[in-house]
Design a protein around this ligand. Structure first.
Ligand SMILES: NC(=O)c1ccc[n+]([C@@H]2O[C@H](COP(=O)([O-])OP(=O)(O)OC[C@H]3O[C@@H](n4cnc5c(N)ncnc54)[C@H](OP(=O)(O)O)[C@@H]3O)[C@@H](O)[C@H]2O)c1
Length: 251
């Protein structure tokens, strides 16, 4: 049976790239967007053009109170598009960047980063547990910034660090259901993330390329196919791991 992967924040960037890579590998996709309904529908159309099924749903992962209603919407989408009751894979990808020196980080910035990246991953996964098939997979997105420290990312990186710890606990607690849980930690990638600074600021781009073993910053195609591969049969025995996909940034 065709596997169904739910990817949060797949209207753009790494989520979009992952959705297309999953479809190219023969999977179907439920993708979520926060604001970009038109962009999400364009991704649905691209997946359908590859001969796979897709469905887009609105979701703010920073609004945990909305998760029960989202689970209902997912249930309805699965019934409508697939006549199925469960997804096989969950990729917790959605998120934003926000930088400030530690001394100037506001509680509002901190709360939003923690709500989106950590609380969102925690309680969305909890809300969707009954909708994830036994033997399924969960991939949580972290960042290279949990291993190396760049000034300005204290709150963001700490929230991602919490996601990495959570992933290990999920691997342990969901193991009896045959669900494998891993963290993928990208290095700097050229997307809209953080205002598109890695892609659009030549100085930042060159500086990051200079501290990366493979000699350049990442592009979405460095990440999406890797996640699609991690969701494939060849990686069924990998769980509880943090896999950095950074081209060797700051080794
Ligand atoms: N790019 C990098 O350098 C990099 C490095 C390490 C880790 N990461 C992580 O990779 C993930 C994806 O980043 P990206 O580079 O693909 O970013 P991006 O290009 O800015 O795309 C972000 C995506 O997430 C959605 N989104 C943002 N905030 C959301 C929220 N509160 N609720 C629901 N959806 C939300 C956006 O939806 P709408 O457009 O509809 O609002 C969009 O689809 C993030 O978790 C990020 O922390 C990125």
């Amino acid at each position: 049976m065709t596997r169904i992967t739910l990817i949060t924040g797949a209207s753009r960037g790494l989520g979009r790239n992952t959705a297309l890579a999953v479809a190219r590998a023969g999977g179907d996709v439920v993708l979520t967007y926060r604001n970009g309904a038109d962009e999400a529908q364009a991704v649905v159309a691209e997946i359908q053009a590859l001969g796979r099924k897709a469905h887009a749903l609105q979701l703010d992962v920073g609004d945990a109170a909305s998760f029960p209603a989202f689970a209902d919407a997912l249930r309805a989408a699965l019934a409508e598009t697939w006549q199925r009751e469960r997804i096989d894979h969950l990729v917790n990808n959605a998120g934003h960047g926000d930088t400030a020196p530690f001394a100037e980080t506001t509680q509002a910035q901190f709360d939003r980063l923690v709500d989106v990246h950590f609380k969102g991953t925690f309680f969305l996964t909890q809300a969707l547990l009954p909708l994830i098939a036994d033997g399924g997979r969960i991939v949580n997105l972290s960042s290279g910034l949990t291993r190396f420290a760049f000034p300005g990312y204290a709150a963001y990186a700490a929230a991602k660090g919490a996601v990495e710890v959570l992933s290990r606990y999920l691997a342990k607690e969901l193991g009896p259901r045959g669900i494998a849980v891993n963290t993928v930690a990208p290095g700097a990638i050229e997307t809209d993330f953080g205002g598109g600074v890695v892609r659009d600021n030549p100085q930042v781009n060159a500086q990051l390329a200079g501290i990366t073993a493979l000699g350049r910053v990442g592009v979405p195609d460095d990440i999406g196919p890797m996640i699609a591969s991690l969701l494939g049969d060849a990686h069924r025995w990998v769980t509880g791991q943090r896999i950095e996909v950074s081209g060797g940034q700051a080794l």
